[in-house]
Design a protein around this ligand. Structure first.
Ligand code: ARG
Length: 600
């Protein structure tokens, strides 16, 4: 049984067809005037306009055809030709019961044709601490991974670990210069030490230092470039040293992602595309796509006429191709960021053969992906449209610039989680929540509240917009926040526990009171929210639904007592509605990557 809005849409479309008019515009939407109607259709207006007919007359005929539908108690034409629908309480009750019994999907429809989808997200880098861009990508990507899987697709979340570019050469040279890696710098096949010569602290200290030095010192930069090319060329000592960098970084990152509730099915790095690199280069050469450009080799991706003005070093302005060509092999012979992305597409095709690859990466990388996707389509590595960049805005400080710590540095994920958990503890204590619980449980709750606050704050904004980081606001138990939603879920859990203690069980759902109707309509709306979030790749639509559901439940609970309802049948019905609301709320929160505690 599909959701009521879909069912109604089908009935209206059938009525249009029976009138012999195009059903294409027969859309049904939630009513603008919930006091008058549940749903409305403006289709007759648009259709009549296209046919140059009288809209009220057409609306009247459609309404007449639907007047005897048992799911509806009233069908009325309003204004210039809107049709207003009011659902029968019995239809709402039947639908609510169906949502209640659908423990896996809480009434949400799944896709008809499941696809194989790779979601490339988080994208952390060896040695570089993660910044807020990685944080947003992790939160949004995790949610999309869950959403696509929930709808029935087969999904691989891939961290696309940044382990192959120039930063690797920088590190090799920097670690060498500190005298930490003598054994690895020797030419030849080894063996090389199995112990890492560096710790995570070493890497995090050396990387920014080396990056800075490379900007000032051309000789240092050239050595780093050479080291990058030699690493990629397979020099055994460099590979062995690099493997230590990768392992040390990855261990730390996995711990941080674990704390954030973010997991990957594939922990592939840029380097994992290396085995297909030679084949790809050969293929790009034979197809004539790879061309010489000033010592480097590139793929031209702009179509004829796609240009933009570009200022040259001597101050003159030329019309340059736009997007610029994709740099595949640098003049030192190294593979670049775009090269590994292109090769990764080829590799994914061999391993997974996805129908769709979604890249959850900062909007500022839009041009990079445009270049890579065009090159992949030209080379035939993916079908047109199957590669999509899902950009997002930044998380800003109160100064409107990408968020930095007070010391001006990037905020490390670990520190952010600690800070949020401290604040969560404080808020819980203030609200006298969880103070009678064992220490370990209290800690678990504080952690869940912290993660809920961070994730919900991020995912309640449309993916494409930027937002301001404000931990105090995110952590409030009131308003549209993660902690508020957790609190509501816990409240329902406590109600259900009490009911259980009194020997009450959920029973047949009967709808009568306005607050019951509203809750049933809200439960029904989940399916649309999920499919729209999926189609638009916009998790905030799930957040909005979760908030609406929590509010609808809150009103219901205030207006319709459950444990002291007038009779046993009403208690059982309201208990069933409460349980359905909780199940759907927990599923919605889970789609956002948010876990709910049992109590607080
Ligand atoms: N490591 C990159 C960065 O830190 C992000 C990777 C995004 N994914 C990709 N396939 N390029 O900017």
């Amino acid at each position: 049984m599909s959701d009521l809005r879909t069912q109604l849409g089908e009935a209206v479309a059938a009525a249009f067809a029976a009138e012999g008019v195009d059903a294409g515009l027969a859309r049904v939407t939630p009513s603008d005037r919930p006091d008058l109607a549940d749903f409305q259709s403006n289709g007759a207006l648009a259709t009549a306009k296209a046919m140059k007919a009288n809209p009220r007359e057409l609306a009247g005929k459609i309404a007449e055809r639907l007047a005897n539908d048992p799911r509806l108690t009233s069908v009325e034409v309003a204004g210039p030709g809107f049709i207003n629908f009011k659902l029968a309480d019995a239809a709402l009750a039947e639908r609510a019961a169906q949502v209640a019994s659908d423990t896996a999907h809480a009434g949400a429809a799944i896709v008809e044709a499941p696809r194989k989808v790779v979601i490339d997200f988080a994208g952390p880098n060896v040695a570089k601490p993660m910044h807020v861009g990685h944080l947003r990508s992790s939160i949004i990507g995790e949610s999309l991974k869950r959403l696509f899987r929930f709808r029935g697709d087969t999904v691989w979340g891939d961290a696309h670990f940044g382990d192959w570019g120039f930063q690797m050469g920088l590190l090799i040279v920097a670690v060498g210069d500190e005298g930490k890696a003598e054994a690895f710098l020797a030419e030849g096949d080894g063996p090389f030490p199995a112990e890492s010569p560096v710790t995570l602290d070493d890497l995090e200290r050396l990387y920014p230092q080396a990056a800075g030095q490379a900007k000032e010192d051309p000789a240092f930069r050239d050595r780093a470039r050479k080291a990058t090319a030699e690493l990629q060329g397979g020099r055994p000592g460099y590979r062995a040293l690099w493997q230590h960098f990768v392992a040390v970084s990855r261990t730390a990152l996995e711990r941080e992602f674990g704390a954030l509730g973010v997991t990957f099915d594939l922990w592939n790095g840029e380097s994992d595309a290396d085995p297909v690199m030679a084949e790809m280069i050969a293929h790009l050469e034979t197809t004539g796509l790879l061309v010489e450009d000033d010592g480097a080799r590139v793929v031209h991706v702009a179509r004829p006429g796609e240009t933009r003005k570009k200022k040259l070093a001597d101050g003159s302005v030329i019309e340059a191709p736009s997007p610029p060509p994709l740099l595949v092999i640098s003049s030192e012979g190294s593979a670049m960021y775009g090269t590994t992305d292109l090769a990764t597409i080829l590799d994914r095709r061999k391993v997974v053969d996805p129908d769709l690859i979604l890249y959850v990466v900062d909007e500022r990388q839009a041009e990079h992906f445009e270049q890579v996707f065009r090159a992949a389509y030209l080379a035939g590595y993916a079908t047109e449209g199957s590669l999509q960049h899902l950009g997002f805005g930044t998380m800003n400080g109160t100064d409107g610039k990408p968020f930095k710590t007070r010391a001006g540095g990037v905020l490390k994920l670990h520190d952010l989680i600690t800070q949020a958990t401290d604040k969560a503890r404080e808020r819980l204590r203030e609200a006298k929540l969880g103070d009678d619980l064992p220490e370990a449980e209290f800690e678990d709750i504080a952690h869940k509240v912290a993660i809920a606050a961070l994730k919900f704050a991020d995912l309640s904004n449309a993916r494409t917009t930027s937002y301001v980081f404000d931990l105090d606001r995110f952590m409030s138990f009131e308003g549209k926040t993660g902690p508020y939603l957790l609190y509501q879920a816990v409240r329902i859990k406590s109600l259900l526990r009490k009911a259980g203690e009194q020997g009450l069980a959920p029973g047949a759902i009967v709808i009568g009171e306005p607050a019951e109707r509203d809750l049933a309509l809200t439960l029904d709306a989940f399916s649309q929210a999920v499919s729209e979030a999926y189609d638009k790749r916009m998790p905030h639509l799930i957040s909005e639904h979760a908030y609406r559901l929590a509010q609808s439940f809150s009103k219901f609970y205030a207006a319709c007592p459950v444990l002291i309802a007038p009779d046993e049948a009403t208690k059982a019905s309201r208990l069933a509605l409460s349980k359905a609301a909780l199940d759907q709320l927990e599923i919605a929160l889970d789609l956002l990557g948010i876990a709910t505690p049992e109590r607080m």
